[in-house]
Write a protein that binds this ligand. Structure first.
Ligand SMILES: [Zn+2]
Length: 209
């Protein structure tokens, strides 16, 4: 297939036509030198594997204790959701909703979509919703903020350590793993290649209709 992509440079809006470059090649904008395309080796396989790993890690990261602290003989353990509940009980529900969406719900939807998309592409299964899933995943990227939540956990831990010794739980390690996986997931995603493959698969559905 001799497909040629016409892309507007996201930085300077220059219209550029380049054929899909080979793996290992880099394409920069001729005007502002922004890196436009860098096809990844085995992008579908890697995305699929990372999505499975992310999906598995999501559950311990959310339901196992992140930290526990013993104060005056009382042991307290905190899970990811405890932060949201604490904000709700303090009547800070707009912040609670943002934290819940950006650190729990959106990451789950993003990982699930990436699992669905890469799974369909990996097994060459056409699906009429592939285009929608891909668009949603692209938009969700701006809303997933696991690192911000991690930063607030670190700040809270440093403050609490001054009062009492802390014990880090498995949930925290799973959460750190989840941040690494989602970062790798986004950097390995070869969006132009995924779109090309989706186009080919959905064409098969349209012909079948
Ligand atoms: Zn440019």
């Amino acid at each position: 297939m001799n497909s040629i992509n016409f892309n507007a440079c996201p930085e300077c809006d220059l219209l550029i036509s380049i054929a899909h470059p080979k793996i290992g090649e880099k394409h920069h904008c001729p005007r502002c030198n922004l890196l436009l395309l860098r096809p990844r080796k085995r992008s579908i396989e890697r995305t699929f594997a990372l999505s499975i790993a992310g999906f598995i890690l999501f559950f311990p990261a959310n339901f196992l204790p992140l930290v526990s602290i013993t104060l005056l003989g009382n042991a307290n353990t905190g899970i990811l959701m405890s932060g949201v509940i604490a904000l709700l009980t303090k009547n800070m529900w707009p912040v609670a909703i943002v934290v819940f969406l950006a650190s729990i719900l959106f990451p789950l939807i993003q990982i699930s979509l990436s699992l669905l998309i890469s799974g369909h592409l990996y097994f060459n299964r056409p699906n009429r919703y592939l285009v929608n899933w891909m668009r949603w995943m692209h938009h969700l990227d701006e809303w997933v903020m696991l690192e911000v939540y991690m930063l607030s956990i670190i700040v809270a831990c440093v403050k609490l350590m001054a009062i009492s010794p802390l014990t880090f739980g498995w949930g925290l390690y799973a959460f750190i793993g989840l941040i690494i996986i989602t970062t790798l997931l986004i950097s390995n995603l070869d969006i132009p290649f995924f779109w090309q493959k989706i186009e080919r698969l959905t064409q098969d559905i349209n012909h079948a209709d």
